[in-house]
Design a protein. Structure first.
Lengths: 162, 647
């Protein structure tokens, strides 16, 4: 707000996307994001089934990249700013985080296919590499994640057994 | 008349949990499916409990007032999570974590619970790593650690300055996995407005759908309150704006005891208050005290010059700075426990050495460690011999950026100052509440079937919580404690069958909730809810905050009563009941804070006047309805354990 002067005009509106229906005033319903995570944005490990944390070394570079993707707060600004109302930055951040870590590799194929499928069902648009999402993202999530998700998706589509 | 019984198992401290697990009642998998459990709140404790119980086969209904489980306030935790892994080979152990936690809490936490917490701490890290939580790692790919206040070892696991976010997203992914299979039914944007008791047992809740305004009845065999703390009773705190005491308070009104309500944590490193317009405060993680040195000027004239902006902090010479924590506490230095650091800051500011316009701020300075701790190492690594001061600073800055980057960015966004070049200004603020619903070893409140987990309960942190212990407790309770302890109670409920929601008890509770909403909306007063909340907050902070005296507390009790009367006479709540109405939500929460505030002031006043409860007789139900006297636990610690009631 410091960059605004007295008398400047600020335009406020709710997030615009059909997949985020307006509840009232500025509040929108972002439960589509919850359903996308429910479709596969997790590692299927039950409580108590874990091995010692240091049994699975993760190269620092991978861990750092996974962390950078995991900083996504799921705010939905990427969707709101995108002319296609695409959720690719959000979905790819979760896909990337788990694809980069050894823990996530086991379910990587199904995860990317299911999450992308759910994203489409929710009515989010496609990515046309405009990059507005990356500019708007408050956590600085990189477009590289979308590229990574596309690679993961292609790979998964090829190797998935019917 | 019943007597409080902690139900802590017999035997040596270190054997209690093992003994308990070996002997606790179990519920067989087929029976679990017909047992319903309500979990209120989806922060670390709630999400982890809901996910774990659903994995075991129970039918779980989870409620949160936020728009998604992932928006619970646990997400805001910054620094880290403790675990006795001893990966640093620096002498850590389960006992040391237990001992540090007990000592940090002034020996007022329940030892059996804390030892159990220390025991399961290592499992939490394993579980989170398996979920894909991206903790910080070293170049060998192993997990990294740092230190926190009140400890002499490095046992804190972290994910930059957003450990809470990463852990909550881990727990959220676990609950999402169960929502996908239908084992957890998720009710977001639902607020619990009453606890329903059938017979003497908690059997359900009344909840308001915050979008439609519909009042709903939900029944279950057990109700878990994972609803966090009540720091917002002070109006200004580091808690999220929505954090409230309502769920816990309803349980209290239904007969659950409140333990140590006056134990609130005042965190030493928050961004100072800038003016009356403010509605919230921001924490700067305690982890910053690893590398930041806290100081104020030694000379009054320097202080005045700084306040009048004639001098910059960097103009003050090294010998004219008072690194008061290092001076007073040479062995812990800047990493003293939070209560000690807060009091010390207040002491200096009260003495007139505060460094901002309000006189309520001290410096947290990274320049020294940037240059000499990290800069030198980096210079050596890069083979730079005789580096200049500027080179050292530049090299060290990169390391600091990697460790605390997001915190520095946040500070810059809020204050407009660059903490890489000038020291941060900090001051203590309300942050966490150690007090909460009284629970026994099973985490059950004094209402059978009603449990309290995480910050909502009172058991693990005594009078002061150590840094990085809140995340540990939330997840311990949810992942590793309640899945065992709830069986002890539910094993007797396998033949009960579904709990009907058309009983007179549900009728009465729903009626009460609706009447209160009507009353708030039809009051047609003239003042908004925030007006009362701010007034309450000011009384609480001035008279029940960091410094308290008997006279002030007496005044506070009267003032809070007056504010409450004024609230019910003159509050204006806009909108209607059957719509998305945030003003109405707020009004209900503030009404509860106005009752809690008085309880806190009363408890403080009693402590101040040394009203001790020392005999078994006086610990009977009615007399300690307000609070389990902490002096009691202190007595317990120092001896006559056998004679005392097992608190």
């Amino acid at each position: 707000m410091r960059s605004f002067k007295d008398g400047d005009v600020i335009y406020i509106e709710p997030f615009r996307a059909n997949s985020f229906p307006v509840i009232k005033d500025l509040a929108v319903d972002r439960s589509a994001f919850d359903r996308i995570i429910q479709s596969g944005g997790y590692v299927s490990v039950s409580t108590g089934a874990a091995q010692d944390a240091n049994n699975l070394p993760v190269p620092k570079n991978d861990a750092d990249k996974a962390f950078a993707a995991a900083t996504c707060i799921g705010c939905g600004a990427c969707v709101a700013t995108c002319k296609n109302a695409s959720a690719m930055l959000f979905v790819s951040a979760k896909v990337s985080q788990l694809a980069l870590l050894p823990q996530g590799k086991v379910e990587a194929t199904d995860r990317v296919l299911n999450m992308v499928h759910q994203m489409d069902l929710e009515g989010f648009g496609n990515c046309t590499n405009t990059g507005a999402c990356e500019v708007e993202c408050p956590k600085g999530i990189s477009l590289d994640n979308i590229a990574r998700m596309n690679r993961e998706y292609l790979k998964a589509s090829l190797i998935k057994e019917k | 008349m019943s007597v409080l019984d902690s139900k802590a198992p017999k035997g040596e401290l270190k054997d209690k949990w093992t003994y308990y697990k070996d002997h606790v009642n179990l519920v067989n998998p087929a029976n679990k499916r017909s047992i319903d459990i309500i979990v209120v709140g989806t922060g670390l404790a709630g999400s982890s409990a809901a996910a774990s119980l659903a994995e075991m086969g129970y039918s779980v209904k989870a409620f949160c007032f936020q728009d998604s489980a992932r928006r619970a306030h646990s997400i805001a935790a910054q620094g880290g999570i403790n675990a006795a892994k001893n990966y640093k080979n620096d002498g850590d152990s389960t006992f040391r974590l237990f001992y540090d936690t007990i000592k940090g809490g002034d020996y007022r936490a329940r030892e059996a619970n804390v030892h159990r917490l220390a025991e399961v701490s290592a499992n939490i890290i394993d579980q989170c790593v398996a979920q894909g939580v991206p903790f910080a790692r070293d170049y060998g790919g192993m997990l990294d650690n740092r230190s926190f206040g009140g400890t002499l070892v490095q046992r804190t696991f972290y994910a930059a300055g957003q450990t809470g976010q990463q852990l909550l997203l881990g727990a959220y992914s676990a609950i999402s996995k169960e929502v996908a299979t239908g084992s957890v039914k998720m009710y977001s944007r639902h607020e619990m407005l009453d606890l329903v008791i059938v017979g003497d047992k908690a059997r359900g809740i009344i909840a308001r759908n915050l979008i439609t305004g519909e009042i709903e009845r939900h029944s279950a065999h057990a109700v878990l309150l994972c609803t966090g703390g009540y720091g917002n009773v002070f109006f200004l705190s580091t808690n999220a704006m929505g954090s409230n005491v309502t769920a816990a308070w309803k349980a209290y009104k239904r007969g659950a005891f409140f333990g140590n309500p006056c134990y609130t944590q005042i965190h030493p490193t928050c961004i100072p208050v800038s003016g009356d317009h403010q509605s919230k405060l921001t924490l700067m993680s305690e982890s910053l005290r690893n590398d930041g040195r806290i100081w104020v000027p030694k000379k009054k004239e320097d202080d005045m010059a700084i306040r009048e902006k004639k001098k910059k902090p960097t103009d003050i010479k090294e010998e004219d700075r008072d690194y008061y924590l290092e001076r007073r506490y040479p062995s812990f230095g800047n990493l003293v426990p939070r209560d000690v650091a807060s009091r010390a800051a207040k002491e200096r500011c009260d003495a007139g050495f505060g460094v901002n316009a309000t006189g309520e701020a001290v410096y947290l300075d990274f320049a020294h460690n940037m240059k000499y701790k990290y800069g030198k190492v980096e210079a050596t690594k890069k083979g730079i011999t005789n580096p200049t001061e500027e080179q050292l600073t530049a090299l060290g800055k990169e390391v600091i950026k990697e460790k605390y980057g997001n915190l520095f960015d946040m500070y810059m966004q809020i204050t407009g100052e660059n903490p890489y070049d000038t020291p941060m200004m900090i001051y203590p603020a309300i942050h966490y509440t150690m007090g909460g619903l009284w629970v026994d070893y099973n985490l059950m409140t004094t209402v059978p079937g009603c449990y309290a987990l995480g910050e909502a309960n009172f058991s693990d942190h005594g009078a002061n919580r150590l840094g990085a212990s809140a995340l540990m407790q939330g997840l311990a309770d949810g992942y590793f404690v309640i899945p065992y302890t709830i069986g002890e109670y539910l094993a007797n409920d396998i033949r009960t069958g579904k709990i009907p929601i058309n009983s007179p008890e549900f009728d009465a509770a729903e009626k009460g909730v609706k009447e209160r909403i009507e009353k708030l909306l039809n009051n047609k007063g003239t003042k908004p809810v925030d007006y009362f909340h701010k007034r309450l907050g000011k009384v609480m902070w001035d008279k029940c905050g960091m410094a308290r005296n008997a006279e002030g507390l007496k005044q506070a009790i009267e003032e809070i009563k007056a504010i409450r009367a004024d609230f019910w006479a003159n509050v204006r709540v806009t909108g209607t009941a059957n719509e998305f109405n945030q003003e109405l939500e707020k009004a209900g929460r503030v009404a509860d804070f106005l009752e809690l505030g008085e309880l806190m002031a009363k408890m403080l006043w009693k402590e101040m006047n040394h009203v001790e409860v020392t005999s078994v007789e006086s610990i009977k139900l009615k007399k300690v309805k307000l609070c389990v006297m902490t002096t009691n636990l202190h007595t317990l610690r120092h001896g006559n354990l056998k004679e005392m009631v097992n608190l």
